[in-house]
Design a protein around this ligand. Structure first.
Ligand code: GLU
Length: 419
């Protein structure tokens, strides 16, 4: 490992991401220069965010935007608000966006941002001021041809509307500067559901490939945010039996299936899954180990690791979350015969519809939902088929195949443009 890489490798999430890159780099004989170039981000921004709280105090938060690579187009990736946000995590997630956008072949590079905060303790006014303050500090480094933020954990269309407004105050009306906006402000129909919809399409296709009946297939979903919530609902509509779901505190389990709309209502009304009748309350660790056909981690990274991978009892693992599985866990799952649909493929539906949104904004011409969903389905399934083909041809996992396709594409582009 060179000095540069040593200086940059810091978090577990990064270790996992870089390990996945290294596996492919070895296989395709990527030279040292290119390997280092692709692992080290283009630019990292860390800012102080003073926030006037509702009670008049000023609290200082820290925000990050990591821009990983822009060889194939403007950098693209979400902004998350979470107490565990740190530079190493954001750096790894930014790189994952480069590989994701290359894999599904949309003209973007990768970026990610975040603010270390607990949004659950902030009022709506505080969230708005925090967002505006953050964007003020990074607004010269983002833009429709440079770096385009989007929603991620604990951020939503309202937050994107504030970002659009703050950016537009400085640069003129620019809806294409951010995606995942409300439809009224140039957002795309279908964007909110897009990640969960993509996960659903690929889950169905994976079940078919594994010759598992979709009707009644038992599904466990970790996370009841936008991705987990949408996936649970759409897979129920497809006839699957969602037997467990969770939020950050714990989960609900009923082997006979959960009524997802009732669970969602309960969570909206009480702010928690606890107290829902007709299901057992389980921990997030227990939830991952429930017997099922499909497991969908759709929350944090690093949840399927060496210590628990052997205890997983799913046939198919569809990674709705980014970077949920470590390389050690991957090996254990491969030995167990678990079919893993990797994150950069499985959850790419979100950024794919973000691309549609950006393209619509640049043209000020808007699509119908049927067109959005049709193109989403086609591009997700095409990417899946390509990954499967490369995986079969080279006897590698779907993850290694997905990374190989992405890395070949980006490194070719880098060679053409020059470092
Ligand atoms: N945050 C999402 C992701 O991790 C979406 C990013 C985007 O739409 O730019 O892929």
């Amino acid at each position: 490992m060179g000095i540069v890489e040593e200086a940059w490798e810091r978090s577990e999430t990064e270790r996992i991401l870089n390990h996945n890159v290294d596996i492919v780099a070895e296989k395709i004989n990527l030279d040292h220069e290119m390997r280092t170039f692709l692992k080290v981000p283009f630019r990292e921004i860390k800012v102080q965010i003073p926030l006037k709280m509702d009670d008049g105090r000023v609290e200082i938060f820290v925000g990050y935007r990591v821009q990983h690579n822009q060889t194939r187009g403007p950098m693209k990736g979400g902004i998350r608000y979470h107490p565990q946000v740190n530079l190493g995590e954001i750096r790894a997630l930014a790189a994952a966006m480069t590989w994701k956008t290359a894999l599904i072949d949309i003209p973007f590079g990768g970026a990610k941002g975040g603010v270390t905060c607990d949004p659950k303790t902030l009022s709506k006014g505080e969230l708005e001021r925090l967002t505006r303050s953050f964007i003020t500090r990074i607004s010269d480094s983002i833009g429709p041809n440079l770096d385009i933020p989007a929603p991620d954990m604990n951020t939503n269309p309202q937050v994107m509307a504030w970002i659009m407004d703050e950016y537009s105050k400085r640069h003129g009306y620019t809806p294409a500067a951010v995606t995942g906006k409300p439809v009224e402000l140039g957002g795309s129909v279908g964007r909110i559901e897009a990640t969960g919809r993509g996960v659903t399409y690929l889950t169905k296709r994976a079940l078919k490939d594994k010759k598992i009946e979709i009707q009644g297939a038992r599904v466990v979903v970790q996370g009841m945010g936008n991705v987990g919530g949408t996936t649970a609902r759409l897979l129920t509509d497809e006839g699957c039996k969602v037997i467990a779901v969770s939020d950050s505190k714990g989960g609900l389990y009923n082997p006979n299936g959960l009524n997802i709309s009732r669970v969602t209502m309960h969570k909206e009304e009480t702010g928690s899954l606890k107290g829902f009748s007709g299901a057992d309350y389980v921990t997030n660790e227990e939830l991952l180990e429930l017997p099922c056909e499909v497991l969908v981690p759709a929350a944090m990274e690093c949840v399927i690791m060496e210590h628990n991978a052997a205890r997983l009892k799913c046939s198919v693992l569809v990674e709705g979350a980014n970077i949920p599985t470590s390389p050690e866990a991957d090996n254990i799952l491969a030995d167990k015969g678990v079919y893993v649909v990797p994150d950069i493929l499985a959850n790419a539906g979100g950024v794919l519809v973000s691309y549609f949104e950006w393209a619509q904004d640049l043209q000020s011409a808007f699509w119908e939902e049927e067109r959005v969903n049709r193109k989403l389905m086609k591009m997700m399934l095409d990417a899946y088929e390509l990954v499967k083909e490369v995986s079969v041809q080279n006897s590698v996992t779907l993850r290694t195949a997905a990374y190989a396709i992405a890395i070949e594409k980006v490194s070719k582009a880098v060679r053409l443009r020059g470092f």
